[in-house]
Design a protein around this ligand. Structure first.
Ligand SMILES: Nc1ncnc2c1ncn2[C@@H]1O[C@H](COP(=O)(O)OP(=O)(O)OP(=O)(O)O)[C@@H](O)[C@H]1O
Length: 385
């Protein structure tokens, strides 16, 4: 006998850790032909249920284009040139829907309801002439037609409280709220339909550090209560290390490293990741010299042959100019590490430099929705060890 919980039979209910979004071979450009800006090239990513997947990289590395391409919100001259983005709804385990070939009606049905987006500029995303309450009620009115008026109002109150806003502010217009509150409203709007996936592109970048941390803490707590998965995009790798389960690093439109957050922080394998890690100051302990990354990001119209990072890399070898390294498990790491790097230093032909061969922590963390509701302070951990 199958016991049923909600509308999904228990025996077939998806579990934390099952894939909810699979990106395969995704490429997107601005313009076409030889002068096209190839902003996203052949990206493969899997987002799992309950997971926070962070995507980091310098400005111009293609992070936002990736977010817009995944959600089919890319506007001309942006074009998706290849790939698949398969969404696996909770009520169709094993089944999937390719968002890139979905029609407008199918996309409308899942956007916001199943896949929500929270972008950086809340001021521009909110309607300045409508109260916060009206805007949240409108989302419910558009997507939850069967809900009664009272139920919608109750849901709006519950949601704003959940993101840390007093319901007394519901009658406010966006300009009457602080930047942090507007961003919380955007998060409430993203979550009010209880989507399975929330895509966040620099959602807290414009905020001061204290507000940023409060909002991040709230996202973690809400994830634990509501069980959604997050793609979190930022140039701030230090922030991702505190909240993400898995981190993918982008350089010149491609992924160059992907690893569980703690592995990436304690034992980076790509020279670019190491450079990014050395670019932010330690919050604790003595001041350290910030090493950073020499040179500037490449022009995406003229990406160097072979490895795009080689022109800034302290470990360049002759092969790097001719052959592009594929994303692969670094030789020396166990498959259970579930990590990949695109760098010839890790193909086993030569020992990698010690700075890129540090042993990873003993075990990779679970894709848990439990026990991770506090922002991790990995920097303090490292300094203690
Ligand atoms: N509308 C556009 N037309 C032409 N090129 C664009 C357009 N939008 C972005 N680009 C280019 O695409 C590349 C990737 O930009 P994207 O915004 O995706 O990077 P990003 O990593 O999100 O950077 P940031 O953190 O600054 O937003 C950049 O070289 C950028 O100049």
């Amino acid at each position: 006998m199958t016991i049923s919980a909600g509308s999904i039979p228990v025996t077939t209910r998806p579990r934390a850790g099952d894939p909810v979004l699979e990106v395969r071979g995704l490429s997107a450009s601005y313009g076409l032909g030889p002068d096209a800006v190839r902003a996203v090239v052949d990206v493969d990513l899997t987002l799992r249920r309950g997971e926070i997947l962070g995507i980091a990289g310098e400005s111009g590395s293609g992070k936002s284009t990736l977010a817009y391409a995944i959600t089919r919100l890319l506007r001309p001259p942006g074009v998706i040139t290849a790939g698949e983005v398969v969404f696996r709804p909770a009520d169709r385990p094993g089944g999937g829907m390719d968002l890139l070939s979905a029609g407008p009606a199918e996309l409308r049905a899942i956007r916001w309801s199943e896949i929500a987006v929270v972008f950086q500029s809340a001021m521009h995303a909110l309607n300045p002439v409508l109260t916060v309450e009206r805007q949240l009620l409108d989302v419910l009115a558009a997507h939850r037609r069967s809900m009664s008026r009272q139920a919608r109002q109750a849901r709006v109150r519950e949601m704003v409280e959940m993101v840390g806003i007093s319901p007394s502010r519901l009658k406010s217009y966006p300009h009457e709220l602080s930047g942090g509150m507007r961003q919380r409203v955007m998060i409430a709007m993203g979550l009010i339909l209880e989507p399975q996936i929330v895509l966040m592109d620099e959602p807290t970048t414009a905020l001061d550090v204290v507000t940023q941390r409060q909002i991040l803490q709230q996202i973690l707590e809400l994830r634990e209560r509501l069980g959604f998965s997050v793609v979190f995009i930022t140039h701030d790798l230090s922030l991702l290390i505190e909240i993400a389960d898995t981190i993918a690093i982008m350089y010149a439109g491609r992924l160059v490293e992907r690893a569980p957050s703690a592995f990436l922080f304690h034992a980076p394998r790509h020279p670019y990741t190491r450079g990014l890690l050395a670019s932010f100051p330690s919050l604790h302990g003595d001041r350290e010299k910030l090493v950073g990354i020499p040179g500037s990001p490449v022009d995406l119209r003229h990406v160097p042959s072979g490895c795009a990072f080689r022109t800034r890399c302290p470990h360049e070898m002759p092969r790097c100019a001719t052959d592009r390294p594929p994303l692969a498990l670094p030789v020396g790491d166990p498959p259970s590490a579930d990590r990949e790097v695109a760098c010839w230093l890790h193909d086993g032909r030569q020992p990698p430099p010690p700075s890129l061969a540090r042993p990873a922590p003993a075990a990779r963390p679970e894709y848990a929705t439990a026990g991770t509701s506090t922002i991790r302070d990995t920097r303090a951990e490292q300094e203690r060890s």
